[in-house]
Design a protein around this ligand. Structure first.
Ligand SMILES: *Cc1c(COP(=O)(O)O)cnc(C)c1O
Length: 268
């Protein structure tokens, strides 16, 4: 019998698998700045998540923060209060004002039918969150965004591997942000990613995560340091080999708990 019941525990590969993955770094001495592990993880995640383009970052929060900056969002951002603190902080740290919209009772995502009444002439973007793998009301959100010329930034930190209408969940909106924090279903210890389709956005994010540097002699503007390092990317390469099993395990636990709940007369 276990002596503790763990609500969550970070998934890790075997020590041998990780050692094997990082071994060559003692030959190359390439520890960060978009090295071979970063490149390889980026390609593998692009395929796994079925997205057009992806860039890796130091964490999910910087993915949100730099996405808002890259899209030049200013003014009010309509979002949900039912999320992790990071979502709102990313808005405020960009000098924008968060405007909270109520959520749906059944799946806890933003109630898209209540967004329009919150739109003002200062509204610049909508930042919805896919909650516990539940997908937001994408069509309604996009039609509002089109009507009022708003950017859409999805917080997809809870939606790794989710698909919607045959597409990877990261394919929607101007950008979708993932977190690969240690507590998430797929982790790189600390890490995150942005998924997008617009090449110009990709170039901007790439610069912003590396001090705004465009070339050896050119710094285009004020950036941050939000690069994923090689040890984190290597952990991601290992964990990605096991993530399907990890998701299956969680599904099994969830259905066991759910059955138990219903058997004791629990209500939804
Ligand atoms: C985890 C999480 C984040 C932040 O991600 P970090 O990788 O921890 O920076 C943002 N939004 C939501 C909904 C999250 O669950």
């Amino acid at each position: 019998m276990p002596d503790r019941i763990l609500v969550t525990r970070s998934s890790m590969p075997s020590m041998e698998e990780y050692m094997e993955e990082i071994k060559e770094m003692w030959d190359t001495h390439w520890l960060t700045n978009m090295g071979p592990k970063h490149k390889s993880l980026q390609e593998k995640l692009k395929e796994y998540l079925s997205v057009e383009a992806i860039d890796l970052l130091t964490n999910g929060h910087m993915a949100l923060e730099l996405s808002l900056q890259a899209l030049d969002v200013k003014g009010e951002v309509i979002t949900t209060p039912f999320t992790f603190a990071s979502t709102t902080h990313a808005i405020v740290r960009n000098g924008c004002t968060p405007v909270f919209c109520d959520i749906r009772e059944d799946d806890f995502t933003i109630d898209a039918s209540k967004i329009e009444s919150l739109i003002t002439e200062r509204t610049a973007a909508i930042l919805p969150v896919h909650v516990y793998g539940n997908v937001c009301e994408i069509e309604t959100i996009h039609s509002l965004a089109e009507k009022y010329h708003l950017k859409v930034i999805y917080d997809a930190a809870h939606a790794f591997g989710v698909r919607y209408k045959g597409k990877g969940i990261g394919s929607f909106g101007d950008v979708s942000c993932f977190s690969f924090h240690a507590t998430k279903v797929f982790n790189t210890i600390e890490g995150g990613a942005v998924c997008f389709a617009d090449e110009a956005f990709g170039r901007r994010i790439y610069q912003l995560k590396n001090f705004g540097i465009r070339g050896p002699e050119v710094v285009d503007g004020v950036g941050a340091n939000a690069k994923m390092n090689e040890f984190c990317a290597a952990m991601g390469l290992c964990n990605l080999r096991h993530v399907d099993g990890e998701i299956a395990k969680r599904k099994k636990w969830w259905s066991t708990i759910w059955r138990g709940w219903m058997e004791c007369g629990g209500s939804v």
